[in-house]
Structure formats: C-alpha cells, structure tokens
Write a protein that binds this ligand. Sequence first.
Ligand SMILES: NC(=O)C1=CN([C@@H]2O[C@H](COP(=O)(O)OP(=O)(O)OC[C@H]3O[C@@H](n4cnc5c(N)ncnc54)[C@H](O)[C@@H]3O)[C@@H](O)[C@H]2O)[C@@H](O)CC1
Ligand SMILES: Nc1ncnc2c1ncn2[C@@H]1O[C@H](COP(=O)(O)OP(=O)(O)O)[C@@H](O)[C@H]1O
Ligand SMILES: [K+]
Length: 479
Amino acid sequence: MQGIWTTERIRAAEDRLLAVTPDGELMRRAAFGLSVHAAEMLAEHTGSVSGRRVTLLVGSGNNGGDALWAGAFLRRRNVAVSAILLKPERAHGPGLAALKRSGGRVVSLEDGPQWIRRADLVVDGIVGISARGPLRPDAAALLEYVSAPVLAVDLPSGVDPDTGAVDGPAVVADRTVTFGALKPVHALAPASCGEVSLVDIGLRLSEPDLQRLDTADVAAAWPVPGPDDDKYSQGVVGVAAGSATYPGAAVLAAGAAVRATSGLVRYAGHAADVVRGHWPEVIATGSVTDAGRVQAWVVGPGIGTGHEGRDVLRFVLGRGVPVCADADATTIIARSPDVLDARDPDTPLVLTPHAGEFERLMGSPPGADRVAAARAAARKYDAVVLLKGHCTVVAAPDGRALVNTPRGSWLATAGSGDVLSGLLGALLASGLDPWLAAGAAAHVHSLAGSLAADDAPTSASGILGAIPDALRSVRSLTS
Ligand SMILES: NC(=O)C1=CN([C@@H]2O[C@H](COP(=O)(O)OP(=O)(O)OC[C@H]3O[C@@H](n4cnc5c(N)ncnc54)[C@H](O)[C@@H]3O)[C@@H](O)[C@H]2O)[C@@H](O)CC1
Ligand SMILES: Nc1ncnc2c1ncn2[C@@H]1O[C@H](COP(=O)(O)OP(=O)(O)O)[C@@H](O)[C@H]1O
Ligand SMILES: [K+]
C-alpha cells in the first residue's frame, strides 16, 4: 500500500521535523533531490546537463525557495539557471541569495517570456501545498510561453493539493518531485503531475488519509486456486445482468467474472442464450430465483430500472451474500431506497456509480473533492462505494479510502463498467474484503484497459480479452 496524506497532516509532520532540524536543512534536502531530477530530465531530453538552460518560475513561498536552492545546486553542474521571481520583494531570501552566489541570473517578469522560450527545462516553483485555487494571472501568462519539459516542485501549481481539482489556469508537468510523502494531488491528478517521484526528507507520518494499492498488494490479494480447491471452493459468482435489449452487458460482466478467477460463474436473466453462446462454461438460467447458490452477486448492468429489475435486485439483496450493485441497480436504489430493506445489514454491499449515478444516489454530483464524496456515500448507504471516473475512488463506511490512478483514459469506452463489475463480483465471491476487492478490481481493470489499448482505441471486449495478460503482469511480481 502506498500512503497518501492530506496537506494538513503533512504540514503538521513538517512542523515537528523542522523543530528538530537545523534551519534550512529540510529545504536543502528537498532541493538537492529536486536538482537531481532536473539534471536527469535535462539529460533525457537534451543528451547532456552541462551547458543546458533551466528557467525557474519562483513564487513567494517555500515552494519557490526549493526551486531557487535547486537552481543553486544545478549551477554546480554548469547549468545556466535563470529565475523569474513572481513577487521579487517576497522571494525566499536564503534561496535567492544561494542562487545569486552560485552565479544564477535573476530576470524580470517582463523579460521572463524570452527566458522561458529558450529554456531546456522549466521548473515550476510557483506554489506548493499552501496554495488554493487556480494560478493568478501573472503566473498563468508566463505558462503561455512554455514549450520545454516542465518539472513541478512538490505539485503542479494551480492544481488543488488535497483534491487534485483543476479549476482554471494550472501547470501541466512532465514530472513532479514531491517531498516526504505523497499528497492527494499526486494520486488524483495524474494528467497534471506527469511522472511522480518522491524525495525522502525524513518526514515521519502515522496512518495515511488515503491509500493506493501497489501491484504487489493486488498480486497478494488476487485469489489463486490451491491443490485442494475445486470449482465451488473458490466462490461461485452469480451475474444478474443484461436483458433482451441489452444482452451485451450480460456477456461482458459474465465474461469478466469468468476471466477473473478460476471457479464457477452462474448467470441469471433474459440474455441466458447469448451468454451461453459466448461463455459455454457459464451456467445460465432465465431467472435469479432458479440460479442456484452463489457466494456473491453482481446485479445491475443492463437490467433496466423497472419493476422486474427492482424485483431482481430485492431478491439478490436478500440472499445473505455480498452484492455488487452496478449501473441500473444503483439507479433503482436511488429511486427506491426501500429495496435496501431486503438487505441483511451484515452482508457487504458494493455500489459502483459513475458521476451521474452518484448524483442520483446522493442528490448532488461528486464535486471537486471526490474522496470526500465517495466517503459520504459509503456512510449514507453503509456500503463500499466505488466512484468511477478518470481516477476511481473506493471508500468504505469505516472511512478507509483508496484511489486507483489510471494509465491513460482508454477505459472510457462503452461497456467498460460491465467488465469492472464482473471482476469485482468474482473477487467478492472469493471472500475478499469488499474494499480491497473493489480496489484490486479497479487496478486490474485499468491495467487491462491500457494493455488492450496499447496507445490506440480499444473496446470493452478488448479490455475483457486483456484480463489474463493484466493478471499475468500483476502476478509476475510474486513469482
Ligand atoms: N515546510 C517544510 O519543511 C518544507 C517545505 N517545502 C516546500 O514548501 C512548500 C510549501 O511552502 P509554503 O507554505 O511557503 O507555501 P507555498 O510555496 O505553497 O506558497 C504559498 C504562497 O503562495 C501564494 N499563493 C497562494 N495561492 C496562490 C495562487 N493560487 N497563485 C499564486 N500565488 C499563490 C501565497 O500568497 C503564499 O505567499 C511545499 O510545497 C514544499 O515545496 C520543502 O522545502 C520541504 C520542506
Ligand atoms: N477518462 C477516463 N479515464 C480513465 N478511466 C475512465 C475514464 N472514464 C471512464 N473511465 C472508467 O471506465 C469505466 C466506465 O464505466 P461506466 O461509466 O459504467 O460505463 P459503461 O456503462 O459504458 O460500462 C469505469 O471503470 C471508469 O472508471
Ligand atoms: K509547484
């Protein structure tokens, strides 16, 4: 697990560390790490470090101080460093002095554009974790001239540190170097941060506010049959999905369940013939009432939101086994919350809304703070809530939350969510903790999406087809 801490917690930990560290030491540690990454980027993009040009965008806080100190370190490697001070009178004093001593050049705001245009690398030290809101106009104007790769100090300025929300002009970085610990922005705004690197400055933190699964966590959690297992012992998953009009949802959800684990998949619904045609290994029947025993249900994709869908949902909620309620099932719950009366409160429920379904469930859209939104829904419904989107957030009623950071956006394709629900249902049937199951399913889903896409559009069927490769890649870590 990777821990992620809110800026409030980071600041408190920094204060504790600052109190026992010589003046300026932390910033020099941070800045030295930053300068190493800057040199690495120069070498990557231009083939060398010495003689290259770096322009620093320097704001009035410590973030600007980091940039100035890093500039001074880069001077030792014969890099030509120029610093544009957004508020010269409030620039970080010791950092500015160090840069000047090292032979760095301070250029005026007016001359800034030409130095930015000529740079081999631009360093964003405009603001860090104390900033809120988009960039102010003077900083935003400078960004217009940037064509070189951008290295963000701590976080891309203009992006909200605690939510990753972008609400106006903001830096888009190729790489972000952060200090001490990951902050929410790094998991929630991958398109703004680029590659994220962590520099250790000796920060000590307790329980994280938010987590992200490592590949190793997913590998350890994913069920693998042992010598004594049979098709029943691994957990049988039931899929109540699809309809005569929408058989595809059933094929995709059932297929993902088939590919996720090696036990048994049952299907119940109006698409039984189509499902059987695609997946002969699935035991398919026309109705949930004669589907047989399962250890978890996936319900919702393509079942419609009418009477029949409601009855199906009520039936599976009353079986005393974990349920993943997806797509139409979330809409039914939003419109007729009384269906939840059928649920045994001790059996796990996972809701997997996209933003529109979330709004139906909660009465308002997720908003900028998607982690808080998912947590609120989890509490309201006493369920694990997997909030879909570019970054998927999974929250449990006890407050645990994790983020899945995707590799690109290829998952945004029709039917992709049906594949996710099939994966998740199979993991629930195996007995995995529902919060972990949701996180692991999201991880493998997004990995399968990027493998299937391989930089060109893919489809839900493509994602489904790439599940074995995704699992092989995850499991390769454990073998
Ligand atoms: N405290 C520490 O021990 C360490 C702090 N470090 C650095 O310090 C940073 C935090 O420094 P600060 O607390 O000084 O805060 P920032 O560097 O985030 O700067 C806050 C300043 O920016 C201005 N500002 C706020 N919002 C703005 C906006 N939207 N547009 C333009 N300007 C805006 C404010 O007026 C304020 O002067 C971290 O992100 C990190 O880079 C590192 O040096 C590591 C050690
Ligand atoms: N821009 C995006 N980047 C990454 N993943 C995305 C993006 N948009 C959607 N997704 C993912 O794709 C899936 C879409 O599911 P859903 O909205 O239910 O669509 P459908 O009903 O067509 O299957 C979710 O897992 C979601 O997190
Ligand atoms: K920054």
